[in-house]
Design a protein around this ligand. Structure first.
Ligand code: SAM
Ligand code: SF4
Length: 353
Protein backbone atom coordinates (compact mmCIF):
# COMPACT_ATOMS: atom_id res chain seq x y z
CA UNK A 1 0.00 0.00 0.00
CA UNK A 2 1.33 3.45 -0.86
CA UNK A 3 1.58 5.71 2.21
CA UNK A 4 -0.86 8.57 2.12
CA UNK A 5 -2.52 7.56 -1.14
CA UNK A 6 -6.07 7.89 0.12
CA UNK A 7 -8.33 5.43 1.90
CA UNK A 8 -6.37 2.24 2.32
CA UNK A 9 -7.50 -0.90 0.57
CA UNK A 10 -7.33 -2.77 3.84
CA UNK A 11 -10.70 -1.39 4.92
CA UNK A 12 -12.36 -3.67 2.42
CA UNK A 13 -11.07 -6.68 4.27
CA UNK A 14 -11.83 -5.53 7.79
CA UNK A 15 -15.13 -5.57 9.55
CA UNK A 16 -16.14 -2.42 11.36
CA UNK A 17 -16.49 -3.45 15.00
CA UNK A 18 -18.33 -0.87 17.08
CA UNK A 19 -17.41 -2.45 20.42
CA UNK A 20 -13.66 -2.93 20.58
CA UNK A 21 -11.25 -0.27 21.84
CA UNK A 22 -10.72 2.64 19.49
CA UNK A 23 -8.49 1.61 16.60
CA UNK A 24 -7.94 3.08 13.21
CA UNK A 25 -7.91 1.38 9.84
CA UNK A 26 -4.25 0.37 10.30
CA UNK A 27 -4.96 -1.30 13.69
CA UNK A 28 -3.14 1.54 15.42
CA UNK A 29 -4.63 1.86 18.89
CA UNK A 30 -5.94 5.40 19.42
CA UNK A 31 -5.37 6.29 23.07
CA UNK A 32 -4.99 10.01 23.13
CA UNK A 33 -7.20 12.96 22.18
CA UNK A 34 -6.09 16.56 21.72
CA UNK A 35 -8.63 19.34 21.96
CA UNK A 36 -7.79 22.70 20.41
CA UNK A 37 -9.95 24.83 22.67
CA UNK A 38 -9.50 28.12 20.80
CA UNK A 39 -7.86 29.23 17.56
CA UNK A 40 -6.95 32.60 19.09
CA UNK A 41 -3.49 33.36 20.36
CA UNK A 42 -1.53 36.15 21.99
CA UNK A 43 1.54 35.29 19.83
CA UNK A 44 1.92 35.15 16.05
CA UNK A 45 4.68 32.60 15.52
CA UNK A 46 6.04 32.85 12.01
CA UNK A 47 5.61 29.11 11.36
CA UNK A 48 2.04 29.04 12.63
CA UNK A 49 0.14 32.25 11.83
CA UNK A 50 0.45 35.25 9.55
CA UNK A 51 1.46 38.52 11.23
CA UNK A 52 -2.04 39.88 10.75
CA UNK A 53 -3.62 36.93 12.54
CA UNK A 54 -6.43 34.97 10.96
CA UNK A 55 -10.13 35.06 10.48
CA UNK A 56 -10.83 33.60 13.90
CA UNK A 57 -13.94 31.60 14.66
CA UNK A 58 -16.86 33.37 16.27
CA UNK A 59 -17.29 32.41 19.89
CA UNK A 60 -20.56 30.61 19.06
CA UNK A 61 -18.68 28.32 16.67
CA UNK A 62 -16.22 27.12 19.30
CA UNK A 63 -17.01 24.09 21.37
CA UNK A 64 -18.31 25.15 24.76
CA UNK A 65 -16.59 23.76 27.84
CA UNK A 66 -19.63 21.57 28.45
CA UNK A 67 -19.33 20.15 24.92
CA UNK A 68 -15.61 19.46 25.39
CA UNK A 69 -16.28 17.64 28.66
CA UNK A 70 -19.06 15.65 27.01
CA UNK A 71 -16.81 14.64 24.12
CA UNK A 72 -14.01 13.73 26.54
CA UNK A 73 -16.47 11.47 28.37
CA UNK A 74 -17.42 9.79 25.08
CA UNK A 75 -13.75 9.31 24.14
CA UNK A 76 -13.10 7.78 27.57
CA UNK A 77 -15.99 5.36 27.01
CA UNK A 78 -14.18 4.34 23.79
CA UNK A 79 -11.00 3.54 25.72
CA UNK A 80 -9.10 6.80 25.48
CA UNK A 81 -7.23 7.62 28.70
CA UNK A 82 -5.23 10.70 27.83
CA UNK A 83 -6.45 14.20 27.06
CA UNK A 84 -4.45 17.26 26.02
CA UNK A 85 -5.68 20.84 25.80
CA UNK A 86 -4.05 22.99 23.19
CA UNK A 87 -4.90 25.79 20.77
CA UNK A 88 -4.29 28.53 19.60
CA UNK A 89 -3.20 29.48 23.04
CA UNK A 90 -5.37 27.66 25.57
CA UNK A 91 -4.61 30.16 28.34
CA UNK A 92 -6.29 33.02 26.47
CA UNK A 93 -9.67 31.35 26.87
CA UNK A 94 -11.47 32.61 29.95
CA UNK A 95 -12.16 30.50 33.05
CA UNK A 96 -10.12 27.62 31.66
CA UNK A 97 -8.89 26.28 35.00
CA UNK A 98 -12.09 26.54 37.02
CA UNK A 99 -14.55 25.49 34.33
CA UNK A 100 -12.72 23.09 32.02
CA UNK A 101 -9.58 21.71 33.67
CA UNK A 102 -11.40 21.11 36.95
CA UNK A 103 -14.26 19.27 35.19
CA UNK A 104 -11.92 17.15 33.06
CA UNK A 105 -9.67 16.21 35.95
CA UNK A 106 -12.72 14.89 37.84
CA UNK A 107 -13.72 12.50 35.03
CA UNK A 108 -13.39 8.83 35.87
CA UNK A 109 -11.01 7.15 33.50
CA UNK A 110 -8.63 10.02 32.70
CA UNK A 111 -5.10 8.92 33.46
CA UNK A 112 -3.31 11.88 31.99
CA UNK A 113 -4.53 15.44 31.54
CA UNK A 114 -1.99 17.77 29.92
CA UNK A 115 -1.76 21.10 28.17
CA UNK A 116 0.44 22.67 25.49
CA UNK A 117 1.00 26.40 25.95
CA UNK A 118 3.26 29.20 24.79
CA UNK A 119 3.74 30.01 28.48
CA UNK A 120 3.04 33.73 28.20
CA UNK A 121 0.29 33.58 30.83
CA UNK A 122 1.69 30.70 32.83
CA UNK A 123 2.93 32.87 35.68
CA UNK A 124 -0.62 34.17 36.15
CA UNK A 125 -2.41 30.83 35.89
CA UNK A 126 -0.04 28.05 36.99
CA UNK A 127 -1.44 28.07 40.56
CA UNK A 128 -5.09 27.80 39.56
CA UNK A 129 -4.33 25.22 36.88
CA UNK A 130 -2.49 23.08 39.39
CA UNK A 131 -5.29 23.47 41.93
CA UNK A 132 -7.77 22.42 39.23
CA UNK A 133 -5.84 19.21 38.63
CA UNK A 134 -3.44 19.94 35.76
CA UNK A 135 -0.16 18.12 36.31
CA UNK A 136 1.61 18.11 32.95
CA UNK A 137 2.47 20.87 30.53
CA UNK A 138 4.48 21.30 27.36
CA UNK A 139 5.79 24.80 26.79
CA UNK A 140 6.96 26.09 23.40
CA UNK A 141 10.39 27.73 23.60
CA UNK A 142 12.19 27.80 20.26
CA UNK A 143 15.24 29.73 21.45
CA UNK A 144 16.76 31.14 24.63
CA UNK A 145 17.83 34.30 22.85
CA UNK A 146 15.32 37.01 23.85
CA UNK A 147 15.57 38.96 20.58
CA UNK A 148 15.20 35.85 18.45
CA UNK A 149 12.32 34.67 20.62
CA UNK A 150 10.57 37.98 20.05
CA UNK A 151 11.25 37.73 16.31
CA UNK A 152 9.89 34.16 16.00
CA UNK A 153 6.79 34.80 18.11
CA UNK A 154 6.38 38.34 16.72
CA UNK A 155 6.51 40.12 20.04
CA UNK A 156 6.71 37.33 22.63
CA UNK A 157 8.49 37.89 25.93
CA UNK A 158 11.03 35.18 26.74
CA UNK A 159 11.70 36.36 30.33
CA UNK A 160 8.04 36.10 31.10
CA UNK A 161 7.74 32.62 29.59
CA UNK A 162 10.79 31.32 31.46
CA UNK A 163 9.51 32.63 34.75
CA UNK A 164 6.15 30.90 34.11
CA UNK A 165 8.04 27.68 33.47
CA UNK A 166 9.92 28.02 36.79
CA UNK A 167 6.62 28.51 38.56
CA UNK A 168 5.08 25.41 36.96
CA UNK A 169 8.17 23.40 37.87
CA UNK A 170 8.09 24.61 41.48
CA UNK A 171 4.45 23.53 41.71
CA UNK A 172 5.39 20.04 40.55
CA UNK A 173 4.11 20.03 36.97
CA UNK A 174 6.56 17.39 35.83
CA UNK A 175 7.79 15.90 33.61
CA UNK A 176 7.75 19.25 31.87
CA UNK A 177 8.45 19.22 28.15
CA UNK A 178 9.93 22.03 26.10
CA UNK A 179 8.83 22.14 22.45
CA UNK A 180 11.02 23.80 19.84
CA UNK A 181 10.23 24.01 16.13
CA UNK A 182 13.56 24.19 14.31
CA UNK A 183 13.59 26.72 11.47
CA UNK A 184 16.43 27.08 8.98
CA UNK A 185 18.35 30.33 9.23
CA UNK A 186 16.47 31.30 12.40
CA UNK A 187 17.08 28.98 15.38
CA UNK A 188 18.73 25.96 13.76
CA UNK A 189 21.86 26.45 15.90
CA UNK A 190 19.94 26.87 19.15
CA UNK A 191 19.35 23.21 20.10
CA UNK A 192 22.58 22.94 22.20
CA UNK A 193 21.50 25.82 24.47
CA UNK A 194 18.00 24.31 24.76
CA UNK A 195 19.56 20.94 25.56
CA UNK A 196 21.65 22.44 28.37
CA UNK A 197 18.69 24.43 29.72
CA UNK A 198 16.53 21.29 29.78
CA UNK A 199 19.26 19.14 31.31
CA UNK A 200 19.84 21.61 34.14
CA UNK A 201 16.15 21.54 35.09
CA UNK A 202 15.28 17.91 34.46
CA UNK A 203 13.03 18.80 31.53
CA UNK A 204 12.46 16.80 28.35
CA UNK A 205 13.23 18.64 25.13
CA UNK A 206 11.36 17.94 21.89
CA UNK A 207 12.73 19.22 18.62
CA UNK A 208 10.02 19.52 15.99
CA UNK A 209 10.46 19.58 12.25
CA UNK A 210 8.75 22.50 10.56
CA UNK A 211 5.57 21.16 8.93
CA UNK A 212 3.91 22.66 5.87
CA UNK A 213 0.72 23.58 7.68
CA UNK A 214 -0.61 27.08 7.57
CA UNK A 215 -1.28 29.85 5.20
CA UNK A 216 1.94 31.23 3.81
CA UNK A 217 5.11 30.10 2.09
CA UNK A 218 7.58 30.48 4.99
CA UNK A 219 7.92 26.73 5.12
CA UNK A 220 9.70 26.57 1.78
CA UNK A 221 12.68 28.51 3.07
CA UNK A 222 12.37 27.53 6.74
CA UNK A 223 12.39 23.76 6.52
CA UNK A 224 15.46 22.01 7.87
CA UNK A 225 15.60 18.27 8.32
CA UNK A 226 16.02 16.95 11.86
CA UNK A 227 18.40 14.39 10.34
CA UNK A 228 20.70 17.30 9.61
CA UNK A 229 20.26 18.69 13.14
CA UNK A 230 21.05 15.26 14.60
CA UNK A 231 24.24 15.02 12.53
CA UNK A 232 25.39 18.36 13.92
CA UNK A 233 24.52 17.33 17.47
CA UNK A 234 26.42 14.05 17.05
CA UNK A 235 29.67 16.06 16.95
CA UNK A 236 29.19 17.12 20.58
CA UNK A 237 26.85 14.52 22.13
CA UNK A 238 26.71 10.74 22.59
CA UNK A 239 23.30 9.33 21.62
CA UNK A 240 21.73 6.45 23.58
CA UNK A 241 18.35 4.82 23.36
CA UNK A 242 16.12 5.64 26.29
CA UNK A 243 12.83 4.51 27.82
CA UNK A 244 9.68 5.76 26.16
CA UNK A 245 8.44 9.01 27.61
CA UNK A 246 4.83 9.62 28.70
CA UNK A 247 2.94 10.51 25.56
CA UNK A 248 5.72 9.21 23.27
CA UNK A 249 3.68 8.77 20.10
CA UNK A 250 5.36 10.19 17.02
CA UNK A 251 8.43 11.49 18.88
CA UNK A 252 11.56 9.37 18.71
CA UNK A 253 13.41 9.78 22.02
CA UNK A 254 17.14 9.57 22.56
CA UNK A 255 19.30 10.33 25.57
CA UNK A 256 21.96 12.90 24.73
CA UNK A 257 25.11 13.16 26.87
CA UNK A 258 27.62 15.93 26.15
CA UNK A 259 30.99 14.50 25.14
CA UNK A 260 32.74 17.11 27.28
CA UNK A 261 30.65 16.15 30.36
CA UNK A 262 29.54 19.75 30.83
CA UNK A 263 26.06 18.79 32.02
CA UNK A 264 23.82 15.83 32.85
CA UNK A 265 22.33 13.65 30.09
CA UNK A 266 18.94 14.77 28.81
CA UNK A 267 16.12 13.09 26.94
CA UNK A 268 15.42 14.67 23.59
CA UNK A 269 12.44 13.75 21.43
CA UNK A 270 12.75 14.21 17.68
CA UNK A 271 9.45 14.83 15.93
CA UNK A 272 10.42 14.51 12.31
CA UNK A 273 7.20 14.52 10.33
CA UNK A 274 8.91 14.71 6.96
CA UNK A 275 12.40 13.27 7.22
CA UNK A 276 11.41 10.25 9.40
CA UNK A 277 7.73 9.75 8.68
CA UNK A 278 6.18 9.19 12.12
CA UNK A 279 2.80 7.86 11.03
CA UNK A 280 3.39 4.25 12.09
CA UNK A 281 3.43 5.44 15.71
CA UNK A 282 0.39 7.66 15.48
CA UNK A 283 -1.74 7.07 18.57
CA UNK A 284 -3.89 10.18 18.60
CA UNK A 285 -6.90 11.97 17.27
CA UNK A 286 -7.62 15.68 17.30
CA UNK A 287 -10.69 17.80 17.79
CA UNK A 288 -10.38 21.25 16.23
CA UNK A 289 -11.51 24.41 17.98
CA UNK A 290 -14.74 24.40 15.95
CA UNK A 291 -15.44 20.82 16.93
CA UNK A 292 -14.31 18.84 13.90
CA UNK A 293 -12.76 15.44 14.35
CA UNK A 294 -9.37 15.47 12.67
CA UNK A 295 -8.21 11.93 12.23
CA UNK A 296 -4.86 12.94 10.70
CA UNK A 297 -2.83 16.08 11.43
CA UNK A 298 -2.33 16.70 7.72
CA UNK A 299 -5.91 16.36 6.50
CA UNK A 300 -9.05 18.37 6.90
CA UNK A 301 -11.56 16.91 9.30
CA UNK A 302 -15.05 16.56 7.93
CA UNK A 303 -17.01 15.10 10.82
CA UNK A 304 -18.41 17.94 12.92
CA UNK A 305 -18.86 16.59 16.42
CA UNK A 306 -20.16 20.02 17.39
CA UNK A 307 -22.98 19.83 14.84
CA UNK A 308 -23.83 16.30 15.89
CA UNK A 309 -24.16 17.41 19.50
CA UNK A 310 -26.12 20.53 18.62
CA UNK A 311 -28.47 18.51 16.40
CA UNK A 312 -29.31 16.29 19.37
CA UNK A 313 -27.26 13.14 18.72
CA UNK A 314 -26.89 10.97 21.81
CA UNK A 315 -23.55 9.71 23.15
CA UNK A 316 -23.88 6.32 21.47
CA UNK A 317 -24.46 7.90 18.07
CA UNK A 318 -21.52 10.25 18.52
CA UNK A 319 -19.27 7.38 19.67
CA UNK A 320 -20.27 5.34 16.60
CA UNK A 321 -19.57 8.31 14.31
CA UNK A 322 -16.08 8.71 15.85
CA UNK A 323 -15.36 5.00 15.34
CA UNK A 324 -16.51 5.12 11.74
CA UNK A 325 -14.35 8.16 10.99
CA UNK A 326 -11.27 6.54 12.53
CA UNK A 327 -11.98 3.35 10.69
CA UNK A 328 -11.59 5.34 7.49
CA UNK A 329 -8.37 7.00 8.64
CA UNK A 330 -5.62 7.00 6.04
CA UNK A 331 -2.31 5.31 6.71
CA UNK A 332 0.02 8.27 6.33
CA UNK A 333 0.17 12.04 6.25
CA UNK A 334 0.19 14.14 3.09
CA UNK A 335 3.08 16.49 3.87
CA UNK A 336 5.52 14.86 1.50
CA UNK A 337 6.88 15.95 -1.87
CA UNK A 338 4.55 13.48 -3.63
CA UNK A 339 1.70 15.67 -2.39
CA UNK A 340 3.45 18.93 -3.24
CA UNK A 341 4.00 19.69 0.47
CA UNK A 342 0.42 20.79 0.69
CA UNK A 343 -0.38 23.33 3.32
CA UNK A 344 -3.85 22.53 4.60
CA UNK A 345 -6.55 25.16 4.74
CA UNK A 346 -6.64 24.99 8.49
CA UNK A 347 -3.71 26.36 10.49
CA UNK A 348 -1.89 24.77 13.41
CA UNK A 349 -3.63 27.17 15.75
CA UNK A 350 -7.01 25.75 14.80
CA UNK A 351 -5.84 22.15 14.71
CA UNK A 352 -3.82 22.33 17.91
CA UNK A 353 -0.44 21.04 16.75
N1 SAM B 1 0.01 27.97 21.57
C1 SAM B 1 0.50 26.76 22.12
C2 SAM B 1 1.98 26.58 21.85
O1 SAM B 1 2.51 27.28 20.99
O2 SAM B 1 2.58 25.74 22.50
C3 SAM B 1 -0.25 25.54 21.70
C4 SAM B 1 -0.69 25.45 20.26
S1 SAM B 1 0.62 25.27 19.08
C5 SAM B 1 -0.28 25.19 17.57
C6 SAM B 1 1.11 23.57 19.38
C7 SAM B 1 2.48 23.22 18.86
O3 SAM B 1 2.47 23.28 17.45
C8 SAM B 1 3.58 24.14 19.35
O4 SAM B 1 4.60 23.40 19.96
C9 SAM B 1 4.07 24.79 18.07
O5 SAM B 1 5.42 25.07 18.13
C10 SAM B 1 3.73 23.73 17.03
N2 SAM B 1 3.63 24.24 15.67
C11 SAM B 1 2.92 25.28 15.21
N3 SAM B 1 3.08 25.44 13.88
C12 SAM B 1 3.92 24.45 13.47
C13 SAM B 1 4.47 24.06 12.21
N4 SAM B 1 4.17 24.72 11.08
N5 SAM B 1 5.29 22.98 12.18
C14 SAM B 1 5.58 22.30 13.31
N6 SAM B 1 5.08 22.61 14.52
C15 SAM B 1 4.27 23.67 14.61
FE1 SF4 C 1 0.23 30.86 19.00
FE2 SF4 C 1 1.21 28.47 19.56
FE3 SF4 C 1 0.71 29.18 17.01
FE4 SF4 C 1 2.69 30.34 18.32
S1 SF4 C 1 2.53 28.15 17.80
S2 SF4 C 1 1.13 31.38 17.09
S3 SF4 C 1 1.96 30.42 20.37
S4 SF4 C 1 -0.77 28.88 18.59
Amino acid sequence: MVAGCGYPLVINMMRFDPYTLLKDSQHRRVEYVRFSITDRCNYRCTYCMPATGLQFHHKADLLTYEEIVRLATIFISLGIRRVRLTGGEPLVRKHLAGELVAALSRLDGIEDLAMTTNGHLLNDYADVLYAAGLRRINVSVDTLDPARFSQITRGGNLTRVLSGIEKAKALGMIPLKINAVVVAGVNEFDPPSLIRYSAERGFILRLIEYMPIGVDDNWKTGFVSLQQIKQRLAESYEFDDCDPVVGGGPAHYLQLSPKNGSHEPVRVGFIAALSENFCAHCNRVRVTSDGRLRECLSREGFLSLRNLMRQGADDTEIGAAIRRALFMKVDGHSFGAEHGHVATLQTMSSIGG
